[in-house]
Write a protein that binds this ligand. Structure first.
Ligand SMILES: Cc1ncc(COP(=O)(O)O)c(C=O)c1O
Length: 408
């Protein structure tokens, strides 16, 4: 028998599977499992008919570039469409500062490889998106956390963490934030705070990695487009690397996302992408471009806002009915997630097997913390299950939680 452990790199030895993916696998295996674990969009909302038509037309047309290698930066007409989407969000950028990526996940990986050296420090929110944590850790950067308040990142804590870290002789490179309906908390960074954050980044000489997959999906009963204005929109100095994606609005299976970065950075990202996959698949880019050109994207987004707002309301009502004030959560004003604080007596990690027995799963909060905290928290995603399953899943979860409280 070959001992493959001897062959693995140091990085491969330390990489760990995502808690969310493991939960997803569990959900698939068990019959009648209700999963609040992965942040998947609801496939019932994909524009199937439009995509069928578009795919048929692009594959029966005369343009060979549909199945050919293309530029690493992306399919030019798609890049131009993305520029127009960005303009509507307040970001003016030349096409040359854009890069189409194979999902924003690739964008996070490329940024990490372009900016971090082993032993450097990068800052993330407490809690933060697990995919970013994993991509960053892959470069052997040390991740330190910055606390959040009701209106997002705590700027006092940011200042303190940076000062303390630099005083100990370490290089702090950048801060990763998800300002719109953060994964996992659902929090929105307030507008004044976004400006202050830019000022703090300038003062502390940090780059900001702004990840924005959910901004378009604000709930009209609680937020407006203006509330989601990207930090990048006011970035006169070039401190912000902005990422966004079509995964939550069109479909994640296309793996089409994009990033905007200052010229010297986008050039490095381009080289990194050449090494990684040469380019994002041509067929996917053509289909997404056509979906934008034919108005599918513009038509879908407002429908999705109402659709997910409704699911959020269903989940909140079910939680209130079943658990009253035993648990707390900040009301999400957009996005896919509800971030629950449990009573002190309940440990979300330990509760997982009991929840699985009752055929309901979630992601335990500790997966999102780089400082080992989050034991009494969990993330519920309301985006995927149909409404009736949300209600039934919350009933099952409530039983489990009440049982945990009774066990003391
Ligand atoms: C905050 C955040 N960033 C990035 C991603 C990855 O998105 P993509 O499908 O574009 O790779 C996700 C997916 O859930 C996410 O929640």
């Amino acid at each position: 028998m070959i001992d493959y452990d001897d062959f693995f790199s140091r990085v491969a030895h330390t990489t760990q599977g995502s808690a969310i993916r493991k939960m997803g696998v569990m959900a698939l295996k068990a019959p009648d499992m209700i999963s609040f674990a992965p942040g998947y969009p609801d496939p019932a909302m994909f524009a199937w008919q439009d995509f069928r038509q578009i795919a048929h037309e692009v594959l029966t047309g005369t343009d060979p570039s549909v199945l050919q290698y293309g530029p690493t930066r992306g399919y030019r007409p798609l890049l131009e469409s993305v520029c127009a989407i960005l303009r509507a969000r307040g970001i003016e950028t030349p096409v040359d500062n854009l890069l189409i990526t194979t999902g924003s996940q690739q964008g996070l990986d490329l940024v990490a490889r372009a900016l971090f050296d082993p032993g450097d420090v990068a800052l993330v929110e407490l809690p933060a998106y697990t995919g970013a944590i994993a991509a960053f850790r892959n470069t052997q950067v040390t991740l330190l956390g910055v606390r959040q308040e009701a209106d997002g990142i705590d700027l006092g804590d940011l200042e303190e963490v940076v000062t303390r870290t630099r005083a100990s002789g370490r290089r702090v490179r950048c801060l990763y934030v998800v300002p719109n309906f953060q994964n996992p908390t659902g929090l929105l960074i307030g507008l004044p705070k976004r400006r202050h954050l830019l000022q703090a980044a300038a003062r502390l000489d940090l780059l900001i990695i702004e990840d924005d997959p959910y901004g378009a999906l604000y709930f009209e009963d609680a937020a407006t487009a203006e509330d989601t204005r990207p930090i990048k929109a006011d970035d006169a100095e070039g401190r912000v690397i902005y990422l966004s994606s079509f995964s939550k609005t069109l479909a994640p299976g296309f793996r089409v996302a994009w990033m905007v970065a200052p010229t010297p950075i986008v050039e490095k990202l381009d080289l990194g992408k050449q090494v990684s996959d040469l380019m994002t698949p041509s067929l996917d880019q053509h289909i997404v471009f056509e979906a934008i050109r034919r108005g599918v994207f513009e038509r879908q987004v407002p429908v999705l806002r109402r659709f997910y707002q409704n699911k959020r309301t269903v989940m909140q009502q079910a939680l209130r009915t079943e658990l009253g004030d035993l648990i707390r959560w900040p009301e999400p004003r957009g996005g896919f997630f509800l971030w629950v604080t449990l009573p002190e007596a309940v440990d979300a990690d330990e509760m997982v097997p009991r929840a699985v027995e009752q055929r309901v799963i979630y992601v335990a909060g500790s997966a999102f913390f780089v400082n080992g905290r989050g034991q009494h928290m969990l993330r519920l995603s309301f985006s995927l299950p149909p409404e009736a399953r949300i209600v039934e899943g919350v009933k099952r979860l409530a039983q489990v939680i009440k049982h945990e409280i009774a066990r003391g």
